[in-house]
Write a protein that binds this ligand. Structure first.
Ligand code: FMN
Length: 424
């Protein structure tokens, strides 16, 4: 097991002896804005490309609490801390000048960081030797936004949240009948330097929604952007930095080239993405076997990727009509029993989710490509949100669970990457 994962486990005792106290007055900023010297274009929601981009990570709800106003987004995030930033290169797309852009969530705008000239582009950093027409996305993390609250465990959340953002790109692409390939073998160290991140932000993944342009040549673009503050405050976390640096290069990657097949109807999918929210608790409502099978099909579709490691999806069935209670692995029955109460306990006693929901999920894996693996768990989690909400069933990610006790329950010694629950 990767040492970082092993040292950031939660247990019944650890959460009691080492609680996370946070100073809400001093929360890091959750969005990054490049100065206005960069050309800024506001999204025009009537424009097809802007509409697509909005459905990836736009602000979609406003909640007012005594502590202030919080803006929620198309993408979910552990603790609504939104550690990730989104950048992309666009080439040959109508209405968009060829260039490298930052997605400015707080103002629903794009900032043009670098224009593309001649035969230059980011393609070589993604491993392509020809120009790619379309979008090359880059997802980064500003880790202090998350480590401010979640301390050492935050690298896990940065990766899960990044996986959700990749899942958002995949889902929004379906609105345009396009597929997205996850790219983990990108030249992160070089790109981090070119973007001026100064160790406070780093790239975690790329996502390709683009076609090869035959008979074209492309050279690796070189630039040096200045550092732009993305969190206001910052505290260095040595453990997280070490974990990032050690796992920055993927090894022995398996490609996944099978295209996933989804059966969503576009208008309904669009509505689902726009109104996606996490459900705070369930009311012990059942789901049907047909609904369950639809959701299983969506989450088990292949994920196009240049580094696709295996994960196991365990499920505790509490309330699926005509299906026996018990623990299942990848759709196969493992053991019979009413484990709902225990699933709630394992999810750090979030009984209203994993006990009162229809199904509780635990995703585990043993491979060492930690960054790719963890983001894959986030993508699967996102597919679970989309498929469930599409059917009017609620969903919530659960980043906190008693790691070793989940292993004991499911009967393996793999890394427990993520838990989720769905229900009514
Ligand atoms: C990786 C991850 C872990 C999460 N963990 C929990 C959790 O343990 N308990 C919970 O109630 N919600 C959890 N959530 C839901 C977030 O609190 C929620 O996404 C955030 O507040 C934004 O709200 P929204 O999803 O409705 O937009 C998690 C979400 C993600 C993406």
């Amino acid at each position: 097991m990767y040492w970082y994962h092993a040292t950031t486990k939660h247990s019944y005792n650890s959460v009691r002896t080492n609680p996370n106290y946070v100073d809400w007055e001093d929360q890091p900023r959750t969005h990054k804005n490049y100065p206005d010297s960069y050309k800024k274009t506001k999204f025009d929601i009537e424009d097809a490309e802007d509409n697509f981009l909005y459905h990836i990570a736009g602000m979609s709800a406003k909640k007012t609490y005594p502590s202030g106003t919080h803006y929620l987004r198309i993408n979910p995030s552990a603790g609504a801390l939104y550690p990730n930033e989104l950048y992309f290169q666009v080439r040959g797309v109508e209405g968009k000048g060829d260039g490298i852009y930052h997605y400015e969530v707080s103002t629903s705008s794009l900032k043009l960081l670098v224009e593309l000239h001649n035969d230059e582009g980011m393609e070589p950093y993604f491993g392509y030797d020809v120009k790619m027409q379309g979008y090359l996305f880059l997802v980064s993390a500003v880790y202090y936004r998350s480590s401010w609250k979640y301390k050492n465990r935050a690298f896990r959340y940065c990766l899960l949240d990044a996986g959700h953002l990749l899942g958002c790109i995949e889902a929004a692409a379906l609105l345009k009948k396009k597929h997205v390939k996850m790219a983990y073998n990108i030249e992160r160290v070089k790109l981090n330097r070119m973007f001026g991140f100064e160790e406070r932000e780093w790239f975690l993944a790329g996502a390709v929604m683009a076609e090869r342009m035959v008979d074209t040549e492309v050279n690796a673009i070189e630039f040096e952007l200045p550092y732009v503050d993305a969190s206001r405050s910052f505290e260095k976390n040595n453990l997280i930095e070490q974990a990032y640096n050690e796992t920055v290069t993927m090894q022995n990657c398996k490609m996944q080239e099978s295209t996933p097949l989804f059966t969503y109807q576009t208008a309904k999918l669009q509505d689902t993405l726009l109104h996606r929210r996490s459900q705070r608790g369930f009311n012990k409502g059942p789901i049907s076997k047909v609904q369950f099978d639809f959701i299983m099909d969506a989450i088990h579709q292949p994920i196009l990727s240049d580094c696709d490691d295996d994960v196991s999806i365990y499920m505790v069935l509490n309330r699926v009509i005509h299906m026996p209670l018990g623990l299942y692995k990848d759709g196969e029955y493992v053991k019979h029993g009413d484990f709902g109460k225990h699933a709630g306990y394992l999810s750090l006693e979030q009984y209203s989710l994993s006990t009162e929901g229809a199904v509780a999920f635990f995703i585990t894996a043993k491979s060492e490509n930690y960054q790719a693996l963890y983001q894959k768990a986030g993508i699967i989690g996102h597919r679970l949100y989309v498929a469930s909400l599409y059917l009017g069933i609620g969903c919530s990610g659960i980043g906190a669970y008693y790691d070793d006790e989940v292993n004991e329950f499911v009967g393996n010694d793999e890394m427990v990457l993520y838990a989720l629950a769905i229900g009514i």
